[in-house]
Design a protein around this ligand. Structure first.
Ligand SMILES: *Cc1c(COP(=O)(O)O)cnc(C)c1O
Length: 239
């Protein structure tokens, strides 16, 4: 199958899952996780109608950006662990950071965006998501669910950040019950956050969760954006 055909198949899965969950068919956005895909594959996906890309690594984001200069319009999100010393590099190419997991990183992003706005390089605040570790797995990044509201309030108070929602990487388990529980946890954290009414958090409705293997589970739990890699691009080149 071509990339266009695989993207169409993923779009059909997302529509079917949304309908099954009694949600509008166009309720859920699809972000393509680019990983190590060659720029030609990414271009194929954009030409086939993809509109949101996500990169995990600053180097790959920067290296890939040049090849997409003439590509159809798209949003670029950062979805990997972001080290403070890579913030400036990432902000040159990404309009949204989904992986804010500390007040320190939020502060770096706020100050870097302030500078970019002063220099005319950014038109407004940076869109961000707070990353929550909903599985309790040690290896995963993100704040604990009970810390999410505090970090969200810190982000909400930052002049140059616009909190759009929460992001999680679900439990890595063959037990679908565990995966579902981690996604439902993110939805519960979001609902508590919105009910709390802290300044700057009223727009934090998005739930970025679900991948190729479990997007139906995530959509049933309330995902508004799924992040898909292998289902569109095939297995990643190893290494
Ligand atoms: C790679 C990646 C995805 C996509 O995973 P697939 O299983 O390839 O669909 C989603 N989110 C993050 C953070 C990723 O790194």
């Amino acid at each position: 199958m071509s990339i266009a055909e695989r993207l169409a198949a993923v779009e059909a899965r997302v529509r079917a899952a949304s309908t099954a969950a009694d949600r509008p068919a166009d309720d859920v956005a699809i972000l393509l996780a680019v990983k190590t895909q060659p720029v030609g594959a990414v271009l194929d996906a954009l030409l086939a109608g993809a509109t949101i890309l996500g990169h995990n690594r600053a180097q790959e984001l920067v290296a890939g950006a040049a090849g997409l200069a003439d590509a159809p319009a798209h949003e670029m999100h950062f979805i990997g662990h972001l080290q403070s010393n890579k913030v400036n590099q990432v902000l040159r190419h990404a309009g949204c950071v989904q992986t804010v997991d500390s007040a320190r990183l939020a502060d770096r992003l706020d100050r870097a965006t302030a500078r970019r706005r002063a220099d005319g390089e950014a038109a407004g605040p940076l869109a961000v998501f707070v990353q929550v570790n909903t599985s309790g797995e040690e290896a995963k990044h993100g704040v604990r669910p009970e810390q999410a509201a505090d970090l969200a309030a810190t982000v909400g108070a930052a002049d140059n950040l616009h909190l759009r929602g929460l992001m999680t990487v679900g439990a890595h388990s063959p037990d679908v019950g565990l995966v579902r529980a981690s996604y439902e946890r993110l939805t519960a954290v979001r609902d508590t956050l919105l009910a709390g009414g802290a300044p700057g958090t009223a727009d934090a409705r998005e739930l970025s969760m679900g991948m190729s293997g479990d997007l139906e589970v995530a959509i049933a739990a309330g995902a508004t954006m799924v992040r898909v890699g292998t289902a569109v691009f095939g297995q990643r080149p190893t290494g």
